[in-house]
Design a protein around this ligand. Structure first.
Ligand SMILES: Cc1ncc(COP(=O)(O)O)c(C=O)c1O
Length: 420
């Protein structure tokens, strides 16, 4: 008999991602309409633009050699400069107005790696992170694996309830407060609820971290993964832009959602000492994200095809969001009491069933939905309530979105028939 392997505490605390069961279902049942997958629209992936960028890079010996060589740990300098310009332009500011230069930018393997590196840099077992509930379940899983204590405050149509956050911070005693390291906020079109943090709450959040950073600085981790996928409404200033001294906010951005997840490239912008620390840690991970991909993105930004693509994508997703909203309106009978939020961007619609219809793992409703041939992500995976769910309009075309919602409505109808 071979002796058992020894696993670290982190490994033992790391469970299978909760979503994997749902992904498996989709893979195993080809007729299933998955409103669960967080993938992006396949038809609009920028194959032509990427091919053009690759051709341009490879046809010149100097750029070919630069792109196929190892890069630097912090990331390709021209891409850091371009990403910084791009980010600041979204806020209609210059890098100088935000006290940012390319040293404050780190290129990562997706924004997920940035989240991981920040956790590694700032959190020890027993430290506290505050997030809104519900919240991005992959980050929740990461925190669990690190062994932090996650405290939540409720979120609503305007994102994290900062009045509740203030109350929480106020109630803590000094030693509890001394453990608070990070406040995590998905600032635009949240995964899973689609809500964006209102301007008033953004300002309040900044005010709170300034006031409560007494013995150490509490950092806001702004996850802006969906920022560029806005279909209606005004552009809101980033939390980062409300921190012009560059002291209190680190922001994660990604090229996955607005461009192509297969390129798996993101970037973070934050205070000097944090970015320097993240660069050192990233050296241990991979001493630099894929250099070739960074060159491709740089070329797309240079040629303007990146921006063209985002514009096209926004049109596609707006249509898909509207198709799903119209289907919900048409299929869910008012007397059922099903409610949903109308997101102004992102990829998700947050649906609330009546409280007597739980829809999480192991429920009759989930079984009925699977039997009808439709899948969703139960809200409880993101610490939502037992009768909430996340629907994604990212992957399926409009006709399938309509059919998926029709199937879901049949599963809801079944519950009502049962009660009569
Ligand atoms: C809120 C949020 N943050 C971060 C990510 C990570 O994406 P990526 O690593 O592809 O940038 C995702 C992916 O779904 C997300 O939904």
């Amino acid at each position: 008999m071979v002796a058992p392997l020894y696993f670290s505490r982190v490994a033992l605390r790391t469970g299978d991602p909760a979503i994997s069961y749902f992904m498996q279902q989709a893979v195993e049942s080809p007729n299933l309409i998955s409103l669960a997958a967080g993938l992006v629209d396949a038809e609009s992936l920028p194959g032509g633009y990427v091919a053009e960028a690759v051709r341009k890079i490879l046809e010149r010996p100097e750029s070919m050699k630069a792109a196929l060589q190892y890069g630097t740990t912090q990331g390709y300098q021209p891409l850091r400069a371009a990403a910084l310009e791009h980010f600041c332009r979204l806020d209609q500011l210059t890098p100088a107005q935000l006290n940012l230069d390319t040293n404050h930018v780190l290129i990562t393997t997706g924004s997920q790696q940035l989240l991981y590196l920040i956790a590694e840099a700032m959190l020890d077992t027993g430290d506290t992170v505050i997030a809104s509930s519900p919240s991005y379940f992959v980050f929740n899983g990461l925190l669990q694996s690190v062994g932090t204590r996650t405290l939540t405050v409720p979120g609503d149509d305007h994102g994290m309830n900062t009045a509740a956050l203030e109350e929480l911070l106020h109630r803590m005693n000094r030693s509890e407060r001394a453990k608070v390291r990070l406040i995590y906020a998905v600032s635009y079109f949240e995964n899973p609820t689609g809500a964006s943090l209102s301007l008033e709450r953004r300002k309040h959040l900044l005010d709170l971290v300034r006031r409560y950073s007494i013995d150490h600085r509490i950092l806001i981790l702004e996850d802006a993964a969906y920022r560029e996928l806005r279909y209606d409404g005004e552009e809101l200033p980033s939390l980062k832009s409300l921190d012009p001294e560059n002291h209190y906010v680190v922001t994660g951005m990604t090229f996955s959602k607005p461009c192509a997840p297969g390129l798996k490239t993101g970037y973070g912008l934050g205070p000097t000492e944090l970015i320097d620390t993240l660069v050192r840690l990233k050296g241990n991970h991979d001493f630099g994200s894929t250099n070739f991909t960074q060159h491709i993105l740089m070329e797309m930004l240079r040629q303007g095809t990146y921006h063209k693509h985002v514009e096209e994508l926004v049109r596609v997703y707006r249509q898909k969001r509207d198709a799903m909203l119209a289907a919900l309106e048409a299929e869910m009978k008012p007397e059922w009491g099903v409610r949903w939020r109308r997101p102004l961007g992102g990829l998700y619609i947050w649906v609330t069933l009546p409280p007597n219809i739980p829809c999480g793992a192991g429920t009759q409703f989930l079984q009925d939905a699977l039997a009808e041939g439709v899948l969703y992500v139960p809200g409880e995976l993101s610490s939502g309530s037992k009768s909430e769910m996340r629907l994604s309009f990212g992957v399926e075309p409009p006709s399938q979105l309509r059919e998926g919602v029709r199937r879901l409505a049949r599963a809801v109808a079944k519950q009502f028939v049962k009660w009569r």
